[in-house]
Design a protein around this ligand. Structure first.
Ligand SMILES: [Zn+2]
Length: 346
């Protein structure tokens, strides 16, 4: 399989292969891009290619040698992986210290070690300082890969010592190809997921997985009430988020998925507010959205859209989900006085 299993990131593969052929591989990379677009999968494929004992081409894994098999089984002694625990908001010092210590030990199978650190957005001062020492004097031949959603939150001291590789959201055709490999249902469902997941396989899987259709209507009904109950909405949404399991990334993915779904609904409501017939919506959805458009008015809908964008930004910054949803629910359920509600939308 090799790089063929990686979709949508050919330019980054070419960049690394070219650097490798010229012996110009950096000792530390920062992979930057939204959650769920395949950065970790890419890092694992790179690891396999770097450690392969019989590479068929430059920086390509054979997928058959003992080293490749160990990487695939995540049992390779020279591969170090670490991530932020789900119940923590920051990368704790003990995890970073252990990660750096293991990287400092001699390789046991080949000539190099590869280390992948997820959640590189989440260093605190203490763990960043500890990590900087390793970054300043990395063990010979080792390759460090940091995964992060943005460069915004990186310390300049870290940024200046890594090579940044940017990863873009996948295109709809690439998404459709990747989603076809998962057992998600028929082609129409896959096409719809690919359209609304914002380029993230993670979000698409979470959309497919969750009973999002039902929750979408719960959300719409709560918002289109005359007296929307914001705390109740926040609580329902948080509960739905937590059903994704204990994994923080899965919870963030599900929350983002709902927000993306909501954005497309608010856009449809806005079209209704401006007199479109919105024939692409089903009857129940059109009725709820019509009511929402009537109650909130075009300005209100735009404010809600802005609140969704802000919430998505806070999710990227790993702000606590309960906090984000409380704030968002407040914006989605503005108090309406009797004199202004319902508002004219013509
Ligand atoms: Zn191999």
């Amino acid at each position: 399989m090799g790089w063929e299993r990686i979709r949508g990131h050919d330019a980054n593969v070419a960049k690394l292969q070219s650097a490798f052929s010229r012996s110009r591989l950096a000792h530390a990379y920062l992979f930057v891009g939204p959650d769920g677009i395949g950065k970790k999968l890419f890092a694992e494929e790179l690891t396999k290619a770097l450690l392969c004992e019989h590479p068929p081409a430059a920086l390509v894994a054979c997928d058959r040698c003992p080293s490749c098999l160990h990487v695939m089984a995540r049992t390779h002694p020279d591969v170090i992986m670490a991530a932020k625990p789900d119940d923590k908001l920051e990368l704790p010092i003990d995890i970073v210290r252990g990660f750096c210590m293991q990287l400092g030990l001699k390789p046991s199978r080949g000539s190099r070690k590869v280390a992948i650190l997820e959640d590189a957005d989440c260093f605190n001062d203490e763990s960043a300082n500890c990590f900087l020492k390793t970054l300043e004097e990395p063990p010979a031949g080792s390759v460090l890969i940091l995964l992060a959603s943005s460069t915004e939150q990186q310390l300049p001291t870290i940024l200046s010592r890594v090579q940044v590789l940017r990863f873009q959201p996948l295109t709809v055709p690439d998404l459709e190809r990747v989603l076809t490999l998962h057992d998600l249902g028929d082609g129409m469902k896959i096409a719809r997921l690919a359209r609304i997941c914002g380029g993230s396989v993670g979000v698409a899987l979470s959309l497919a997985d969750a009973d999002l259709g039902d929750f979408r209507m719960v959300l719409l009904k709560a918002m289109s009430q005359n007296r929307p109950d914001s705390p109740a909405l926040a609580e329902k949404w948080l509960r739905f988020t937590e059903e994704a399991g204990k994994d923080g990334a899965a919870q963030r993915g599900r929350t983002s998925a709902v927000i993306r779904m909501l954005v497309s609904q608010l856009q449809a409501a806005l079209r209704l507010a401006f007199g479109s017939t919105a024939d692409d919506l089903d009857t129940e959805e059109r009725a709820s959205l019509g009511l929402l458009a009537q109650n909130a008015g075009a300005d209100g809908l735009v404010a809600m859209l802005e609140a969704c964008v802000e919430a998505d930004r806070l999710i990227d910054r790993r702000v606590q989900l309960a906090l984000i949803l409380e704030q968002l629910a407040d914006k989605l359920c503005p108090a309406r006085s009797a004199s202004t509600s319902p508002r004219a939308i013509s």
